[in-house]
Design a protein around this ligand. Sequence first.
Ligand code: ADP
Ligand code: MG
Length: 691
Amino acid sequence: MRPDILNPLFAEAKTLDGVGPKLAKPLGKLGLERVKDIAYHLPERFVSRRAIANLDDGAEGEQVIVALTPTEHRAPYNPGRGPYRVLARDEIGNICALTYFGRASYTAKKQLPVGEKRWVAGRLDRYGDMLQIVHPDHVEVDSAAHLARMNEPVYPLSEGLTQPKVAGLVAQSLKRLPELPEWIEPGQFEREGWPTWHDALHLAHKDAHEKARDRLAYDELLANSLALLLVRADGRRRKGQALKGDGRLRAKLALPFEMTGAQKRSISEIEGDLQQEAPMLRLLQGDVGAGKTVVALAAMLIAVEAGKQAALLAPTEILARQHYETLRKMAAPTGAEVALLTGRAKGREREGLLMGLLNGEIDILVGTHAIFQDSVTYKDLGLVVVDEQHRFGVQQRLALAGKGRRAPHTLAMTATPIPRSLTLAQYGEMDVSRLDELPPGRQAIETLVFPQARMDEMVAGVERHLATGQQAYWVCPMVREANGSFEQADIAAAEARYAALAERFGDSVVMVHGQLAPEIKDANMERFASGEARLLIATTVIEVGVDVPTATLMVIEQAERFGLAQLHQLRGRVGRGSQKSRCVLLRSDELSENGKKRLTYIKDSQDGFYLAEKDLELRGGGELLGTRQSGDAAFMIADLEQVQKLLPAAHADARLLIDRDGGLTSARGEAARVLLYLFERDWGVQLLRGG
Ligand code: ADP
Ligand code: MG
């Protein structure tokens, strides 16, 4: 049970003044559902602005505050297409456009009546030969209010929220913070000179207070390490069963290829684990195409040779089906019985499956989470394989682990190469096998860097490519500023590119992005997958789940702004068929040092592990797009640099605490329980009760 002291933090956001149904949606989009979420919604950065007397005084790209008087409102020619602009003049007659995308135009209409002077705060930019401010951060009537804007937090926003609104909610939620017991080890707390939890949250909203930020990040890392160690300790207490295969089924596998060294090594590591009584907890890492499936099959056959059953859990119905087809064919010569169970199986069919599982006729079960519903009972489950590990919570893994008469062994598979220093944070103390060698004969994807400025030549190149009958991807960057402004701006950029390319290529072009209705997105994807559409324009949403072997060209705009891991994932969408594939990275004229390095690394390497290490090395500086969204964010508060800096200490501390006080009953242990609930790692606490 959650300690009462945390109740004010877990109260719903709607208990704050001013939060009604209208705000609930944009808040929900940011995951801000409870008071605690809002208190932890930390500023992305702080802006120091300069008040300028007129626009001549401001530099391009500078954050300014300036008095402007609107002279004219210009609605887009075609509603919903293009931005809404308000033209405004400064004291000496310079004109500036205040530009709004999407529904933000309603705000503009209200806040900027023609002829009335306003204080406008925002980033001064240029649009063609006109000055502009896109989505001003503040528009105020009161001339004194702008003075308060000199060191101002900038919060991540979603459409429907404004900076002042969020700041107001944060202030309210900070008033409700309780005093919590200190869970950080006293010596370390002293040494680091960290503020208390309560003070740290207040400070982190006021300015870029490094100690406060670090403390909050440390809390999260400590909670995570504690929970993972509790799971691990629980696993060790549970008895598993040693599985010794005699090789008779594996010998019958008639594979059309020789296993790579990495595959053989991984299989023997797994075989070693299975022979132990302690349940295996192993992660198999390998890029897309590295050949994880056959390793999983070998592991499952060992279980079957030992007289047990194995189950493979896939994240989606489609993937479950794919796995089932592949495994059934590969396993056919061995005589092992493979079955598929998804949520779709009903009536007789389902009954038959359940019976086969119970009486042991089925050796290998493939399926979605339906395979660990309560009604599914195995005769003797010895091994569970989990594909695409990161999509499953630890909780689910535990539910599955409870299925066997004794704890089954677990093999998790992931296609996301993670730097060695981060596997600990994401996967706890799992043992790791790496498929760091691709099967022979894979086509290298030719990767080129090309100046974005020569767009015309690029488009002509795409035209020639399409004329050969092949298909192509075109990836648009996210143009949004790192200041929490609207997704709308990204979409607008993608829409503009789409409009331009559709003019050239007609209706063989389709587009997908995050704001299309799912059925339209699916229909567009389908048209592309079927070959009816030849060119797919996308924001980074194509990162997941697209497999079109005849798409052999990918163009990535402003490639230098993507992280290496993200570029690698994107590029992995081509090179899937037998034809030679190409990836063109369009780069801006001016590149940062890191931007240049990133392009060089990605051009020269196709090794996901290598690129993941380099990615980590080159992080920081805030110049990357969407790092939070790209799926590497295992943590809510701690960023990658903090993970590297603080995780070793947090992990060591967690281990020491658990060694000394495994039941978390001392005063500090009690405080650690509060921490686990605060970060919702309470599945760790729940294990304590049993043990
Ligand atoms: P992953 O799941 O790691 O993305 P798969 O297991 O689906 O990769 O394998 C990709 C393809 O490579 C499959 O067609 C598989 O049959 C083939 N393959 C696997 N191992 C080898 C190998 N050692 N040599 C040649 N082809 C292989
Ligand atoms: Mg796979």
